[in-house]
Design a protein around this ligand. Sequence first.
Ligand code: NDP
Length: 250
Amino acid sequence: MFDLTGRVALVTGGNGGIGLGMARGLAAAGARIAVVGRNADKNAAAVAELGGDSFSVVADLTAIEAPARALGAVLERTDGKLDILVNNAGTNIRRLPQEVTDEDWATVLDTNLTSVMRLTRAAYPQLKASGHGRVICIGSMMSIFGLPLSPAYGASKGAIVQYVRSLAVAWGQDGITVNALLPGWIETELTAGAKRDIPTLNDSVLARTPQRRWGQPGDFAGIAAFLASDASAFVTGTAIPVDGGLSVHG
Ligand code: NDP
């Protein structure tokens, strides 16, 4: 039920953080991983660790043609096969709403939302042909909550959840499931800067998270493998918190 042997998974941002955590879970279940990211060295290190016949595609997904081109490069290596698409690459530029520039807005929205739409749209034929296509998108607690320094990020992550719901409805009859994961506070490069800049952040994360710890990339391995597998065939259109209970803490 959880076996992914013979399945191909494209993981954006699969070279580090949460993306690599998910890639590890998918690879452990037997999937072949295409690691897509900007940094060739990080991609190569991830591929070496994941082993099997995983491979790297170097791409900055924000350019208009980049998602389709990256997908093309993946399909060249897999004889046109793609079963699992994990839209994980993401970025944040922390600024108050009154200080957000058009450039900040474009960078965050292009990375977190528009590139996801372009890549997922391009992958539809392969996901449909798979017969058990899977799309996993990464939202955030900012899909639900507001934070003063995250207007663009919050807008992109809120929109991702609605995008997931639209796809789940549109592609239900194609056997494609589409779900979102909503991480809580996870220790990665993305949060390292915030931790440095906001001295109270660590205490506040520990106080607000019922499990009293930061999440780790490894916390995403099992849920990613589950959502990618036949075990989750009737689960679609959901947004599942992976947050140590943060989102239900009163
Ligand atoms: P990291 O900064 O550790 O990883 C981000 C990944 O995205 C990297 O692999 C990076 O690759 C890739 N990436 C970023 N921009 C681009 C781009 N333009 N084109 C291609 N790849 C890109 O972050 P996390 O692991 O923390 O974040 C992963 C996802 O989880 C993001 O969507 C983030 O918003 C979300 N998230 C994270 C939370 C946390 O607490 N960490 C909380 C909620 C959501 P490269 O370095 O090669 O560019």
